[in-house]
Design a protein around this ligand. Structure first.
Ligand code: NOJ
Length: 521
């Protein structure tokens, strides 16, 4: 299952543009992150994922890398990043960087060389046709922009050419095989980038579009999985304490076949995770399980999640997220009370959870103009709201020069407002994270089982190791009679649940964690 520190890890995702500006230029930076590490530690998070902070023209917020080995000047220097690793480690916090292996920026020197007419070392680093091909199998290609005669394949936006890991089943002469020298050279180049940062002190990577390497891959993604197995073997041998989390959202492939330690459970329409927090695309109304008026059932979640969990639980961890930089913030439709229950669930499930910066205070999804290729994602990327100072303490720059506008509402949440309020969302998140650290049964690898999922009159009840957990997101009182409840006491609660004999009573919008009462001596 990889590094042992993952068992008790709770991650905090930082979008560096928007976390803390230390030099008043309106954009967040690495020194800013360092200055807020105590906040992260006090929240209880012991691991960070930092979105790409490498040199880039920022056509896709840094997912268009121009130099994998250089920190973007707007965030600081490589030395600043090393200092961040050191300061984080001093506080017991591990740091994952964002690895983008599927594509680079079209400004990357490899691509500039590759686009030259004269053959050179990088000619086959990307996927090039030898004709002005406009599209094939629905994949986008770009032609007419380079001196080289041919079109290049894109992996995402127009500025992100696909790196060449070969085709599983090449059927045109310009397609490389996965074991061709050029495909193997791409793998070595990415391993070199990984070693560079691991040697400087990072603790692993979140891997962007991890399933996108080999083209024409089969349904099982066997070509791409084989590459990751090789990379995992390299890590096991050289960096056994480093961790990899995949943007894949297919644990059968990512965990069981490719060898990732963790795989994100992403917000894909109608999957189990989507039914919990963001099921509002269907029929115009919100059916999310954690909406108290939605009348939802946990079964839609369980039907999707349980088979995935059962098949992958001995291989790696499914990572629940509150949100990420691509996903609407959960506060878009959930109230702070609903968020408390949603986070209680996310933070007590198996696997390794991730909290997206600002979700712990219920930062809102804002209606913002696209920035750096964000499109509708931009609304989840606004600068952190710390306190009552100018720009919520994010930056000393004039407000109109911030990376993105901030929440202008009178009741916009802030850390300062919530820190000393025991009823605030922030205080609840801190208690939940502390609870997770306090009980081994809540750690990533402790067993999970459903005790009751018939919610007509009873709450949803699940077991983690020897603990029982009950949740009632609806506004009605629910009760459960069950022998498993006898001799138990509530060790954590939201709302006012009570237990007596074999009966658990859960008022509307409540949560309870129950343990067997320790024997008195
Ligand atoms: C997934 C990243 O999360 C997203 O922000 C990015 O735009 C694409 N991959 C392309 O790299």
């Amino acid at each position: 299952m990889g590094p042992s520190w993952l068992k008790d890890a709770v991650f905090y995702e930082i979008y560096p543009q928007s976390f803390q500006d230390s030099n008043d230029d309106g954009i967040g930076d690495l020194q800013g992150i360092v200055s807020r590490l105590d906040y992260v530690a006090e929240l209880g998070c012991n691991a960070l994922w930092i979105n790409p902070c490498f040199d880039s023209p920022f056509m896709d917020a840094g997912y268009d890398v121009r130099d994998y080995k250089r920190v973007a000047p707007r965030y600081g220097t490589n030395e600043d990043l090393v200092r961040l690793f050191e300061e984080a480690h001093r506080r017991g916090i591990h740091v994952l960087l964002d690895l983008v292996p599927g594509h680079t920026s079209d400004q990357h020197p490899w691509f500039k060389e590759s686009a030259k007419a004269d053959p050179n070392k990088y000619s086959a680093r990307y996927i090039w046709t030898d004709e002005a091909l406009w599209g094939m199998e629905g994949r986008p290609y770009i032609a007419g922009m380079t001196e080289r005669s041919g079109a290049y394949m894109l992996n995402f936006f127009a500025s992100q050419p696909a790196l060449n890991y070969g085709w599983l089943d090449p059927y045109r002469h310009w397609m490389s095989a996965t074991d061709s020298p050029e495909a193997l050279a791409t793998i070595e180049a990415i391993k070199d980038v990984m070693r560079f940062w691991l040697d400087l002190g990072c603790d692993g990577f979140r891997v962007d579009m991890a399933d996108s390497l080999v083209k024409n891959d089969d349904e099982r993604k066997s070509g791409t999985c084989a590459i990751w197995r090789g990379i995992r073997a390299m890590m096991d041998a050289e960096y056994p304490e480093a961790a990899l989390v995949s943007e894949w959202s297919n644990p059968d492939q990512a965990l069981c076949q490719a060898g990732f330690h963790m795989d994100f459970y992403l917000d894909h329409q109608r999957n189990g995770y989507n039914t919990l927090l963001r099921d509002y695309e269907t029929e115009g109304s919100d059916h999310s399980y954690f909406r108290c008026d939605a009348g939802g059932s946990i079964r839609r979640f369980l039907d999707d999640y349980l088979p995935k969990y059962e098949r992958s639980r001995t291989s790696g961890y499914i990572s629940f997220i509150t949100c990420n930089h691509d996903t609407p913030r959960p506060a878009r439709t959930l109230s702070p009370e609903e968020l408390k229950l949603a986070y209680a669930f996310i933070l007590t499930m198996p696997g390794v959870p991730f909290i997206y910066y600002g979700d712990e205070i219920g930062m809102r999804y804002l209606d913002l103009r696209t920035k750096e290729g964000g499109y509708q994602r931009t609304g989840s990327r606004s600068p952190m709201q710390w306190g009552h100072e100018e720009n919520f303490g994010f930056s000393g720059a004039p407000s109109d020069q911030l990376y993105l506008p901030q929440d202008g509402a009178d009741d916009a949440p802030s850390v300062e407002d919530q820190l000393d309020d025991p009823n605030s969302l922030l205080s609840e998140v801190r208690r939940l994270v502390a609870l997770r650290h306090a009980y081994e049964d809540l750690q990533a690898d402790a067993p999970f089982a459903v005790v009751n999922s018939d919610e007509d009159t009873a709450p949803f009840v699940y077991a983690r190791g020897g603990l029982l957990l009950a949740i009632n997101p609806s506004s009605q009182v629910k009760r459960l009679e069950n022998d498993l409840l006898v001799g138990r006491e509530i060790v954590h609660h939201i709302g006012n649940p009570t237990v007596g004999g074999d009966c658990l009573t859960m008022p509307g919008q409540s949560f309870a964690v129950l343990r067997v009462q320790p024997a008195c001596d």
